[in-house]
Design a binder for this molecule. Sequence first.
Ligand SMILES: *Cc1c(COP(=O)(O)O)cnc(C)c1O
Length: 422
Amino acid sequence: MSFFKFDEKLLALGEQAKAGCVNEFRRIDDIARYNQQKVLSAFIKNGVSESHLGVSTGYGYDDRGRDTLERVFADCMGAEDSLIRHNFVSGTHTLTVALFGLLRPNDRMLCLTGRPYDTLIGVLGIDGHSDGSLADYGVKYNQIELTSDGYPDIEAIKKELAANTYKVAYIQRSRGYSLRPSLSVNDIKKLCDAVKEVSPDTYIMVDNCYGEFVEKNEPLQVGADLIAGSLIKNPGGGIAPTGGYIAGRADLVEKCAYRLTAPGVGREVGASLGHSRELYMGLFSAPHVVGEAVKTAVFAAKLFENAGYAVTPKANDIRADIIQSILLGNSEALVAFCQGLQAGSPVDSFAVPYPAPMPGYDNDVIMAAGAFTLGASIELSADAPLREPYAVWLQGGLNFHSGEIGVLSAAQSMLEKGILTL
Ligand SMILES: *Cc1c(COP(=O)(O)O)cnc(C)c1O
C-alpha cells in the first residue's frame, strides 16, 4: 500500500483484523445479495424505464418517474405505499411530516425506546417550548425509559398502553448517538406484538434511520404501520443528493402526503426536477453500499478490539444498523481519530477538524466528514462529543476498500500522536 504511509505494525494489525472478520463479511454479503435481488426484482416488476428518469417541473402533475419510484420503494420495504422524494430536506423533516400526518390535537404519542434522537426533541416540544412543535398543537407526549441493559421495557409499555389511549407508538430502530443497542427487526417484532396485543388501533411508527437494508426484513414486515428515514443515509445509496421517505399502510401514507404538500392535494404534486434518476440509482445501489458500510464498521470494531479498546457493537455481534462506536477513553484520542479519518477522506482531506460547541449539546463536539454530499452519513464519517465515555461514533463507507483506508488513517493519526502503541 505504497500510496499511504501507514506504520508496518498497523498494516499487520489491519490484515489480522480483516482475517478475523471473514465470517461476518460472508454474512454481510449474504444479506446484501438478498436485498439486491429484492430491489432488482422491484425495478423489474414495476417496469422501470428510461422514460422514468426524466425531468418534471412546475406542479409535477403526472410525473410517472416519481410515481413509479414510489411503487418500487414500497415493494422494497414491504409497504402498501410510499413517498420517496427529494423535497424532504432531512431525516428530521421526514419524521416531522409523518408525525404531523398521523397526530391530531389531544392525541397521545408514546415513545417505546426512551429519549428520541436529539433533533426530535424540538419537534415533540419537550424540554421547553418550541414554536410549531407537536406540543404546541396539543399533542401529548410520553416515553417509556429503556431498561438498565438498554432494551425496551415491554411490561412497562403494555401497562401504559392499557392505561391510556395512544394514537402513535414510536420506535427508534438505531441507537443514534447513544450507547444503547440498536434494535434488530426481531426486537421490533416483539414491540409490535406487544402493542397490537394491548392496543390494536395504535399506529406503530418506526424511525428507520440507519437501519434500511442492514437485515433481510424491514419493520413493516413484522407489524409496524409506518416507517420513515433519510436518503442521505442508507436508502439513498450515496447517490441521492438529498431527500427522505415514508412508507407503510396506504391510508397512513396518504395522511402524510396531505401534510407534505396540502390537504386534498397530497402526492399528486411535487416536481422531480430531474432528481428521479439519482433516487433510482441510489436505491438500486443501496443494498451493496449498505453492505460496504457495515463491513467498514465491522473492520473498525475488530481493529480497535485487537488494539485493546472497548467497542459496541462488538466485531462479531449481529448488526442492526451501520453505526459503530469505539470507546477511545479521552479527548486527545477522539481528536486524533477524527483528524486521521478526515485526512483519509476523498473530499476536504486537507481540512483539520477541531472540537467546537454545537447547538443541542452541552459539550464540544468534533466531527470528521469528507463527503461528496454535505452531511451524508452513508459516506464514511465520525462524530464525537467530548464527554464521558469519550466514544466516537463511526458510520458509512461507500466502498470497503476506501472505508478500510479511512479507518487505518484514523488509527495512524492516533499512533503518530503517541495515543495508540503497537
Ligand atoms: C439521522 C437520524 C435522524 C434524522 O436526522 P437528520 O440529521 O435530520 O437527517 C433521526 N433519527 C435517527 C435515529 C437518525 O439516525
